[in-house]
Ligand binder design. Structure first.
Ligand SMILES: [Zn+2]
Ligand SMILES: [Zn+2]
Length: 244
């Protein structure tokens, strides 16, 4: 499984960082996790054509995770004359997205299929994709993607939670949000992540979704998480690649 970070910022602009987006390539499929501002651009920089994405999984409806989805479908239509995407969403988001796309010109919404997936539900495919509830909006979810013995966990936005850590157990790669320096109700801070991960069986952590104060010291923060948890930890950068 090849994993490329496409965007590593949260809702505020940070030079050199697009908003949320992760590309997963496995079994000749390309899966996009979230599509915040700048993701179609980052895909092109990674050498990926937007029309070649096979599946899009959205974690929740905040704009820094979905706002460049219309740009992506439009770009696909411009280049290939179609925008055929299957888009997995939390249940509450599906209807809102469908009504949004209905407000666009018809050519910008050809062949979009929105499929809702609830907590602990699987997407039927040769790659195992399971949604799991996170602690963020009323309905927000992360994704667990596994092939044979390899497991990737992507949290999207979340406070630390027992559920997320249950999923992280045994993961080869955990892509966990780290939005703020201080504790907040619906996001994660360094101390919270350290407390949750310590003693767990996690292969590697990649932190992402930074707000400006975090981004300024992100390498030191990653080093501290690694030192205190014993888990190799990387501060995510746009277009950084991982292989599991
Ligand atoms: Zn966010
Ligand atoms: Zn959010």
């Amino acid at each position: 499984m090849k994993v490329t970070l496409l965007g590593t910022s949260g809702g505020l602009p940070i030079p050199g960082r697009a908003q949320s987006g992760v590309l997963v390539e496995a079994l000749e499929k390309k899966i996009l996790l979230d599509c915040g501002m700048g993701i179609p651009l980052r895909l092109s920089e990674a050498g990926i054509k937007v029309e070649d994405i096979d599946l899009i999984c959205l974690t929740h409806g905040h704009l820094d995770h979905i706002q460049d989805l219309p740009s992506l479908t439009k770009a696909s239509w411009l280049r290939s004359g179609k925008a055929e995407y299957k888009i997995i969403t939390p249940s509450s988001l599906r209807k809102k997205l469908i009504s949004f796309w209905q407000s666009l010109d018809e050519y910008e919404r050809t062949e979009l299929q929105f499929e809702a997936l609830g907590d602990e539900e699987d997407y039927e495919s040769d790659i195992n994709i399971r949604a799991f509830e996170t602690k963020h909006t009323r309905i927000s979810q992360g994704y667990e993607i596994s092939i044979e013995e390899k497991k990737l966990v992507y949290t999207g936005d979340t406070a630390t939670s027992e559920k997320v850590m249950e999923k992280a157990e045994g993961a080869d790669l955990l892509i966990h949000e780290l939005s703020h320096l201080e504790k907040r109700d619906f996001h994660t801070d360094p101390e919270g992540l350290i407390a949750e991960v310590k003693g767990r069986d996690v292969g590697e952590i990649v932190i992402t979704h930074f707000y400006p104060p975090v981004a300024e010291d992100i390498r030191e923060i990653a080093a501290k998480i690694q030192e205190e948890t014993g888990v190799p930890t990387t501060a995510g950068e746009d277009l950084q690649e991982f292989s599991i």
